[in-house]
Design a protein around this ligand. Structure first.
Ligand SMILES: Cc1cc2nc3c(=O)[nH]c(=O)nc-3n(C[C@H](O)[C@H](O)[C@H](O)COP(=O)(O)O)c2cc1C
Length: 146
């Protein structure tokens, strides 16, 4: 089966909306998904016991949010090598955060990532709902193929 955790870091809620849609997509594929606000990830144990990890942050001032940076240092201590993964986030114009998160998951954690990061201007505009659900489906399908 497999279980996915979708962790989001947001200021005004857009990245949370995307997180919920990604989780829906994961569930469409017939696997479990949990959505968690990054403020609830306080210790390594909070990150253990999942088969797939999807990390999301909005971009502010050209960067991921501070909570995501801190969480990635925590995640470094958990063995995520080979786990399925993906990264996402809401943005306004440059959207650096998802790419940076994705690169850390790939280069440092050595995870088994989906095709690329998901950057969305708004979860409800420009086919964003479908794109976020499809991203979740891609995670779920990768899990099922293991
Ligand atoms: C002060 C401020 C700085 C921002 N800086 C950036 C930026 O550097 N690049 C970008 O793509 N979007 C930037 N944005 C836009 C946010 O990423 C965008 O509003 C996003 O939807 C917020 O997501 P959230 O609701 O998950 O916090 C900025 C927004 C604010 C208010």
């Amino acid at each position: 089966m497999g279980k996915t955790i979708v962790i989001y870091s947001t200021r005004t809620g857009q990245t949370k909306n995307i997180a919920e849609l990604i989780a829906e997509g994961v569930r469409f594929s017939g696997t479990d998904a949990e959505v968690i606000n990054i403020t609830n990830i306080k210790k390594e144990e909070n990150l253990k016991g999942y088969d797939a990890y999807v990390f999301g942050s909005a971009t502010y001032h050209g960067e991921m949010m501070q909570g995501m940076k801190t969480m990635l240092f925590l995640a470094e201590k958990v063995d995520l090598e080979g786990k399925v993964g993906g990264a996402f986030g809401a943005y306004g114009w440059s959207g650096e955060a998802p790419g940076r998160i994705f690169d850390t998951m790939k280069n440092i954690f050595k995870m088994d990532l989906v095709s690329g990061p998901l950057n969305l201007k708004s979860s409800s505009l420009g086919g964003g709902i479908q794109m976020a659900q499809d991203y979740g489906r891609e995670i779920g399908n990768k899990l099922k193929a293991l």
